[in-house]
Design a protein around this ligand. Sequence first.
Ligand code: CDP
Length: 205
Amino acid sequence: MIIAIDGPAASGKGTLSRRLATHFGLRHLDTGLTYRAVAAALLAKGLPLGDEAVSVEIAHNLDLAQMDKSVLSSHEIGEAASRIAVLGGLRQELVELQRRFAEKPPGAVLDGRDIGTVVYPNATVKLFVTASAQARARRRTDEMIAKGQEANYASVLEDLKRRDERDSQRTVAPMKQAEDAVLLDTTEMDIETAFQAAVDIVSRA
Ligand code: CDP
């Protein structure tokens, strides 16, 4: 059983995916972390983000168990992740890694941008989780402030819009709702309501 969850930055897909995995007894992979881990390694080595050969090599040696969300969640790494996510060879390497993770029983919830379109076009159920840019920027700002980071709503909103634009306009595996995905707009929902809606969608499938 594979549950594919896609959607733009700060749409709530991460929290939903984690909770769905717990609820249905499945494994969970935040595929955004795989792009973030490669970006973080390039930044740490001072290497250019456009170097595909090096990024493929880093991806090839990536250990999912070593990915630390608290370290990788920084704004700078998210921006760099979105820049390297346009590299076709890198995507191919990471998609293979993601499939190897998901194929172990009993199945998995994968969240990202291209799960329902590229990684698992035959997923058991697909959700496209979204919310207005304003609601997403508000959530991301609150999240950063809660972590003690500096955050400014207006610049967070600008950054989200720029990243959405880059993610949806790239030629390789652009972010888009799969034809057979169910749209879940969480603009007016708190996390509990969104979770119940997602459980209903998955249960029906
Ligand atoms: O948590 P947030 O929504 O801010 O971002 P993320 O899911 O960690 O993803 C970071 C970046 O990785 C995205 O902006 C995408 O460019 C890229 N990504 C992707 O291209 N494909 C995926 N399956 C997951 C992430």
